[in-house]
Unconditional design. Structure first.
Length: 259
């Protein structure tokens, strides 16, 4: 199974090396990376092309934002499965794509756990996100898998369609909700840390963005799951985030899991 990794970027010269090198270290042999650049004004494209890897394709053109760039990746990926890795994130280990490949042998959707780190150099752990199992009521109860660990087979991507540009922060949430709730695709949770996510993106940059993202998630649930102007998940999702911060991590990004 060929796995496509889409990385969208803009002026990411300070972080893109960690992302690309974590992809190149992957032991899974059948892989490709699509770097979708939004006309960066720094050395981002030069750095990526400098690796001269046949497994990496680079495009650079203007876009309408991160989700528009992600849609370009959805339209052009060549693998049997696809997922997204942010330009300041990195795969946790060299076995991440192998774990995703194995999970997709018996499922249409695979996802795993996530480390949230201050930066990719120090790997200082801010908090961890253990995804846990999916049930038909999960999204209504504030659950969501970490998007950087979320991979789908080609037929899932075709059925779900593009990221909805109506949402500025939570279109990835909307995409995952549609994939897991609208269709009867089989999903598999991988109880391992798959990605080191660098804090500071749009959804976690400040309180205002967090509130806007939570309201966009509510709108997505109302559109696709029904319900009133507020629901239980509107309050549970922030509580889940708080529990991630307060809970003592069971592993460190640079160490082995303590089982």
């Amino acid at each position: 199974m060929k796995i496509s990794v889409v990385t969208v970027c803009f002026n990411s010269e300070k972080t893109i090396r960690h992302t690309v090198e974590s992809f190149l270290r992957q032991r899974h042999p059948d892989k490709e990376m699509l770097v979708v650049d939004g006309c960066s004004r720094d050395r981002t494209v030069e750095i990526v092309r400098g690796y001269q890897s046949p497994d990496i394709r680079v495009t650079s053109e203007s876009d309408k934002g991160i989700y528009d760039a992600m849609n370009k990746g959805l339209k052009s990926f060549g693998g049997d499965a696809v997922g997204f890795l942010n330009s300041d994130d990195a795969f946790h280990s060299e076995h991440t794509l192998s774990r995703i490949h194995d999970a997709l042998q018996g499922a249409d959707i695979a996802y795993g756990d996530l480390f949230m780190v201050s930066d990719q150099e120090s790997k200082r752990l801010v908090r961890s996100w253990k995804a846990g199992p999916f049930t038909p009521s999960s999204f209504r109860l504030g659950w969501v898998p970490p998007h950087p660990t979320f991979y789908v087979r080609r037929e899932v991507a075709a059925a779900v369609g593009e990221f909805d540009l109506k949402y500025k922060i939570a279109s990835d949430y909307d995409f995952m909700l549609r994939a897991m709730m609208k269709f009867q695709f089989r999903s598999a949770g991988i109880p391992e840390y798959l990605v080191d996510f660098q804090m500071g993106g749009a959804s976690s940059a400040n309180l205002r963005n967090m509130i806007q993202g939570n309201l966009e998630c509510l709108d997505s649930r109302r559109r696709h799951l029904g319900g009133g102007p507020v629901d239980l998940a509107l309050f549970i999702r922030p509580a889940r985030r708080l529990s991630q911060i307060l809970e003592r991590p069971t592993a460190s990004p640079q160490g082995e899991l303590r089982r």
